[in-house]
Design a protein around this ligand. Structure first.
Ligand code: SAM
Ligand code: SF4
Length: 266
């Protein structure tokens, strides 16, 4: 699928929930957010049908994200449903890792290939300040479990304020080295002001090579994180919504007042 700027769109990121068990300061308010109602949330059948349609149009890589994907009930079943779709070459997930000890093995068995785990500091107090929850030990146990499960790739996502020399980032870099895991540093972005940067060691934030579309938890297909445009799958049907989203991909992102990282998946 080519967009109007000659970029080949092959990558779909799906936000499976807007709920989360952490409250990272750069992502969610302390009191949480009004969750999407159950009826507005896409069902697994709707998501799987959407993926099937997107694959028939040229998508071959899918990432599940959120909110926190592991708090969506039945997530292992969804992974299995997507893995079974012919044409999926890469199936990955971005998670905060809090529930990974329990889920790493069943997810791998269900066909998940790669995981990115968010980890912003190795200092328990700092982790608590950043995420407003005391879950560093759980995340580290989750990472250890994932390492045992034979994933094709495990990466750590570390959000930084300005640069990789900050003590939190240095601590995560050292931990990554110790565990043999690649670390990607992501500079804090701001959707409202449109401040975003290329992700160090990743493809995100570099508009000229952007090959993605997103599906939000309530079923809007989004051409760009830094744009307010979205096309409802329930209103237009998957094929039309995907077509419109691809056709409206901007050459470059600007800003968004309606999207949040927790509802469109970062
Ligand atoms: N809850 C999961 C997690 O944290 O990994 C998946 C969803 S989260 C929205 C996806 C990624 O977006 C995480 O790596 C997170 O650190 C990143 N993120 C969230 N808010 C951000 C912001 N304001 N700037 C840059 N990255 C952000
Ligand atoms: Fe939750 Fe991920 Fe947002 Fe943190 S970044 S509040 S873990 S969705």
């Amino acid at each position: 699928m080519k967009d109007n700027h000659n970029r080949n769109i092959t990558y779909l990121r799906i936000s499976v929930t807007d709920r989360c068990n952490l409250r990272c300061v750069y992502c969610m308010p302390e009191e949480g957010v009004d969750p999407i109602s159950h009826t507005d949330l896409l069902t697994f059948e709707e998501i799987a049908d959407f993926v099937k349609c997107s694959v028939s149009m040229g998508i071959n890589k899918v990432r599940l994200t959120g909110g926190e994907p592991l708090v969506r009930k039945g997530i292992v079943d969804l992974v299995r449903m997507i893995k079974d779709i012919e044409g999926i070459e890469d199936l990955a997930m971005t998670t905060n890792g809090v529930l990974l000890k329990q889920f790493a093995e069943p997810l791998r068995q269900a066909g998940l290939m790669r995981i990115n785990i968010s980890l912003d500091s190795m200092d328990r107090e700092r982790f608590k300040e950043i995420t407003r929850r005391d879950e560093l030990p759980a995340v580290l146990e989750g990472i250890d479990e994932a390492v045992k499960c034979g994933y094709e790739k495990i990466k750590l996502n570390c959000v930084i304020r300005k640069n990789k020399d900050e003590p939190d980032a240095v601590s995560v870099a050292e931990y990554g080295k110790l565990k043999g895991l690649e670390v990607r540093f992501i500079r804090t972005m701001n959707l409202v002001t449109g401040e975003f940067w290329p992700v160090d060691g990743g493809e995100g934030g570099n508009c000229s090579v952007c090959n993605r579309i997103r599906l939000s938890a309530k079923g809007d297909v989004l051409p760009c994180l830094f744009s307010d445009i979205g096309f409802s799958v329930r209103k237009f049907g998957a094929r039309e919504a995907i077509k419109m989203a691809v056709e409206s991909k901007p050459a470059k992102g600007t800003m968004s007042r309606t999207h949040e990282f927790y509802n469109v998946g970062g």
